[in-house]
Design a protein around this ligand. Sequence first.
Ligand code: GUN
Ligand code: ZN
Length: 440
Amino acid sequence: RGHVSKQGLFRGRLLWFEREPDGATDEDAYHYIEDGGIAVADGRIAWSGPWSALPDEYGGVDYIDHRPYLFMPGFVDCHIHFPQGQVVASYAGSLLEWLNTYTFVEEQKYADPDHAGRMADRFLDMLLAHGTTTAVAYGSVHKGSVDALLCAALRRNMRMVAGKVMMDRNAPEALTDTPKTGYDDTKALIAAWHGKGRVEVAVTPRFALTSTEAQMEMAGALAREHPECLVQTHLSENHVEIETVAKLFPWSKDYTDVYDHYGLLGPKTLFGHCIHQNAREMARMAESRSVAVFCPTSNLFLGSGLFSLDKMRTTEPPVRHAIATDIGGGTSWSMLRTLDEGYKVLNLQGQRYHPLRSFYQATLGNAEAIGMNDKIGKLEAGYEADFIVLDSASNPAMALRSETIATLPEELFLLQTLGDDRAVVATIVSGITAHSRGKL
Ligand code: GUN
Ligand code: ZN
């Protein structure tokens, strides 16, 4: 008993997805347990199920009682910029103005390892306060920014992916590397961090606009030499960006073709935005099993355009996709706020985004997009014990509305429409409560 009580035991309502729900009535796609328990051992879920079926070994063990709140797997943010926490809410018209005026200035501060170290803890605190337990993050051009972030994540036993941005043109001198240093620094990061604890390194050419052909070649070589690593970049976000890339790579059929040419399409590649691609580009996305990452708050804030889920389904197979905050082009750290803005972006185009699908996406769906759906995204025995506790009456408007909520989908829709960090009662990482509401 003494041994068992050292493990975490939690009680509350449980929800997790088994696969993508096919419409509003697909109850086989998820597990919902009205009075459930989660037992944790060695950072993993040892048991979950109805409290009434709690195994004997846990009988009489102290537990953390989160009733009536809702447990869900921690949110996964598939596209976020570590050095942009202090860029959020910068007044700009569109992408390139925003990058040049604020972002490329702010990111220079991450040359200082002390600054990067301090910001790494702030960044992870922010993620946890918003219920995000895993993120795929861009660092700055400085290798040290990724050292700082992954060191902090490792200390907290977080599942975190990050890469040093590669950029060798069209940026301030202080923010550029070279094809060789970009390659060498990424190699060194992979050797130092990839697979250590739960942290990983992603090959991260910022976007075609800020890389020479020589650097794109090196990014392709890294992706080839490290099939274990995710690749992340930006694609087809803004019209001026697209025109500029066409001029820089005059031989290319289109923007997607640039990445394709250097061998950067594939099931491990996350392409942020993917708003303005043509049918040929979508076909290549589908064939290559590349992932399009929807960043609704960013796309609205920067006036980039409207991501279309229907467009992802015009191909056979459909284009894989994910959803993300894109802090600091994005305006919220909260995946709840992000789902809400995603709903609005789709609704503007006559497309539906049922809350069962959106919450699937923010958890298991995003885990699938980064190939980690066997480790995170479910509240099932064997899965890593990263989960959150949500309160759907966590602000006055939610409390008022929640009085008339009758079903689980209604509750989820309320959470995404009116919820934010106040809805996150607790965030559990590797079985330990790493954040409690009101403690940031
Ligand atoms: N394209 C290239 N860099 C960035 C960035 O930092 N944010 C966004 N939203 N788009 C980009
Ligand atoms: Zn981005």
